[in-house]
Design a protein around this ligand. Sequence first.
Ligand code: 0RA
Length: 646
Amino acid sequence: MSDEIKKNDYSADSIQALEGMEHVRKRPSMYIGDVGVRGLHHLVYEVIDNSIDEAMAGHCDTINTWINEDNSITVEDNGRGIPVGLHKKEGVSALEVVMTKIGAGGKFDKDSYKVSGGLHGVGVSVVNALSIHLTAVVHRDGKMWQQEYERGKALYPVKTVGETDKIGTTVTFTPDSSIFNITTEYSYDTLAMRMRELSYLNKKLTLTITDKRQKDDEGNFITESFYSEIGLAEFVSYLDGSREQLIANVISMEGEKNGVPVEVAMTYNTSYSENLHSYVNNINTHEGGTHLSGFRRGLTNTLKKYAEASGMLDKLKFDIAGDDFREGLTAIISVKVQEPQFEGQTKTKLGNREVTSAVSQSVSEMLNDYLEENPNEAKIIVQKVILAAQARHAARKAREMVQRKTVMSLGGLPGKLSDCSETDPVKAEIFLVEGDSAGGTAKQGRDRFFQAILPLRGKILNVEKAMQHKVFENEEIKNIFTALGVTIGTEEDPRALNLTKLRYHKVVIMTDADVDGSHIATLILTFFFRYMRELVEQGYVYIATPPLYLVKKGKQREYAWDDDQRERISLKMGGNVNIQRYKGLGEMNAEQLWDTTMNPEFRTLRQVTIDNGTEADRVFSMLMGEEVPPRREFIEKNAKYANIDA
Ligand code: 0RA
């Protein structure tokens, strides 16, 4: 009874708004994917997306972001400012509607060119709902307007708080730690990476990121500013910075077909891998989709026609396949779609049918012009395609051998594998161990019931620099395929990775905690990234973390994983300790290796994740190319701590 009376006090709309907010708080993952590190960072992207819309409409050229001391975030733009006047239908300020109505997302302005949107395109009200506190300040018409919220509820009507000669919108929010209960700590690197990406995707827009939690040696806050004058072509140059280029300039085009704005930039390098990255409304579409199909179709058709007409294929004894046109290709394709349909496991596959032909036509036109105008480059590209076709024939033979071996592998596991007796893959683990001697120690130390050991000989093949057939002919790599039970070829796609017979759900890379060990781990990760990417994407790949030190005093013994920890232990033991530095796994005995690195009760495994496939691709080519920069730092940054042993 009393409930009903209460309800009547509210207008139907405000009840709806409240229910919307409560629903977001009850089911946050439905709106932002998850409530972990990704979801936390997604809040920032969501706020920035609104400012990007304003930039795309031509009203804003600068977006500044701060990570404040308390891990709250401030995003400021110099756009027109969110309207603060009365929203007739809702009876409150338009600002309040944008901030508190789930799904309003600024749609009240029908004419505005709205195509940007977060992964889910959910709008800033979702950020508001998931923030313990949010302040919106709008500079407009000479005044500063302000409204504050707690968990998405307005604390007072929009009010003026001063005068200004600027225009723009500033949003400061503090994520609610009862929702983001794993962490509310922002990663500067993650945000900076996204700003860099956004600057390439939105040319002539300045994005800055400042971390007020950290100062450099001169006492200034850590800060970076990203700006790209020409956009995607610069993105391609950045990604291919460590690869040797086949053609002098990045090929780039921009156009619109059937109402779909299409931007493409591409180049060819001397490597054997294909690096295609696609975006829809600034969102990386990892799973590809219709725009990517359109790109492939346009590229294949145009190059094929040109190659045939040139007579260069006349003496070729075998066919040219689509893949051959993409060996050594680095390309970015970015489209803007009014009502994107996202499909696939991670909702990052574009489904809109009409986009395929729009992109394929755009790409064909651009490439045709390019090939006509640049006959020298055209010849180089066709020669590369022919080489790729030849290599593919050699690779197919090698691959078929790997497969045959795996299919017959019941009794045919690699001789070096010390298998476990557990046959349920979910419970089984395999350690890929550097060198035979460490392999021996691991074999003694392991729990043979569920832990298998595969020793790898020294440095494994650098797949970044090897042709595909060399990779499939390599003994160590064949052993990894066979031991893991991974094959190539499924019903739908004869070239797809097949994980249905995967024998272990934890594939642990265990190498020395030194530069060489990191290098070997990186080589193995490069192989996984290029040839078994789904294994990484599905979270099966881990890195073991052996300790760096053994601190001893009398009968006391403790392990340390870094210098700080070593010092703390030393202090705790009252100083005057004996410190043993482990230079490699080989210096530990079987029991020590079990205690520190292999025993699920005490070890820390770092699960390898791919936060950003585009950046990961660049990093692998950089690390595995000619230069030899900080690999260790890379591994540490990219392998995240995860409590996976619970
Ligand atoms: C719709 C209309 C107008 C501004 C905006 C949206 C707007 C939204 C956001 C979100 C973050 N920053 C923003 N800046 C602007 C203004 C229409 C007008 O002034 O005529």
